[in-house]
Design a protein around this ligand. Structure first.
Ligand code: AMP
Length: 219
């Protein structure tokens, strides 16, 4: 039962890579951005609260995103059994074919786009203590600024996300520099941070990430 954070600036490809890794290694993929977009699309009270904040490219409140993660960690057996077949669930929990399935299966999780502030890191630690989980690795995908800007131009032309126009993406990068980059220093001291070069093709970055995950999940 591992907990892995995939970290990086907007445009490094966290979402794409997290999906590929989740599929390959049978991980639960928790993306706070996706959860929030779902709330907005459903028009829930939470969605109505965060819609404008997201459209501006600001970060939504720490309590809101931590609340979403806490709820996802609580969702437990039923949701997993609904979404996954038993074989996948067994693999995800490191169980053999004859091992009994636990009441609360604890599969490995990859966190994408969370935590994004030092406060969220501290709240996540508290949450992990309550849920008997621990943070195993923070993987930072590093892409030089010029390449990020190039990708952002490209994405702004093809994306249908309402926060993917150029002005907003630039603001998201500023939010990243001011509030999210300090998360790296927070994790650096714990010795659980590794960095991966994300400047090349998706498959190249994915190969690097797979190597790290393979090693980690075998431990
Ligand atoms: P993403 O899909 O990860 O790029 O997130 C899209 C938007 O959702 C961000 O620009 C924020 O407005 C919001 N968001 C997602 N995750 C977080 C988070 N951990 N903390 C604060 N805001 C978030």
């Amino acid at each position: 039962m591992k907990n892995i954070i995939l970290f990086g600036a907007p445009g490094v490809g966290k979402g794409t890579q997290a999906s590929l890794l989740a599929e390959k290694f049978d991980l639960i993929h928790l993306s706070t951005g996706e959860m929030l977009r779902h709330e907005v699309a459903e028009g829930t009270p939470l969605g109505l609260r965060v819609k404008d904040i997201m459209n501006r490219g600001d970060l939504v409140g720490d309590d809101i995103v931590v609340g979403l993660i806490a709820k996802a960690l609580d969702s437990g057996r039923n949701q997993l059994l609904d979404e996954w077949d038993e074989l996948r669930l067994r693999r995800a929990c490191g169980l053999g074919p004859d091992d009994p399935l636990p009441e609360q299966p604890q599969p490995s999780i990859i966190y994408d786009g969370f935590p994004r502030t030092v406060q969220q890191c501290q709240m996540l630690e508290f949450l992990f203590q309550k849920k008997n989980r621990r943070l195993d690795r923070v993987i930072s995908i590093d892409v030089p600024q010029e390449e990020l800007v190039r990708r952002i131009h490209e994405r702004a032309q093809i994306s249908n996300r309402s926060d993917d126009n150029e002005a907003v993406i630039r603001h998201r990068l500023e939010e990243y520099e001011a509030k999210t980059r300090p998360v790296l220093d927070y994790y650096k001291v714990s010795g659980r941070l590794v960095s991966v070069d994300g400047s090349g093709e998706i498959t190249e970055t994915n190969t690097r990430l797979c190597r790290i995950l393979q090693h980690l999940l075998e431990q």
